[in-house]
Design a protein around this ligand. Sequence first.
Ligand code: 5GP
Length: 182
Amino acid sequence: MKILESSYEVMITSQEIQKKVIYLADLINEDYKDKNPILVCNLKGAFIFLSDFCRCLTIPHEVDFMSTSSYKKGMETSGIVRIVKDLKTNIIGRNVLIIEDIVDTGLTLNYIKKFLALHNPLSIRVVSLLNKKDRRKIEVDVDYIGFEIPDKFIIGYGLDYEEKYRGLKYIAELIDIKNMDK
Ligand code: 5GP
């Protein structure tokens, strides 16, 4: 699927994002005092959120990265998830915080949680900047949520469309879907 003429509309401003990042980090500063959490960032979409988020943390913490690929049907996740890059850190007995950009159908997050649970961490919780609750295909707990958003395809602040738009400071809705060449 290709966009012939792409355009987008700002949904969440940079200022709103920064306020929310501080709010979420404050919750973690409180809840994870003395727990030395390991922040697990699922690449690539969450990398900008993670970098802003961890700079607002005042508690000791570590960071590691993993990468999954889900086979996509157009803009939809197929539900078949594969680990492309595993963690370097041993998470046995650790408090893991999965840092997500967005939870949509929940299939990716569900897979990651099950995969990490096999490594016997002490706890696993999830911080997601964005949540599309109405799109769930599977029930999965998201412990800390920044924004509930409607069923729209969004870009910016780490999120891409065909590897473009990740560097936008705001989050925008991709529009003119009708102009797409199927
Ligand atoms: P899920 O498995 O929950 O359906 O999908 C999660 C992943 O799909 C996210 O980490 C993200 O990479 C991608 N995704 C879901 N919704 C959107 C969206 O609106 N825009 C973009 N750019 N990616 C999305």
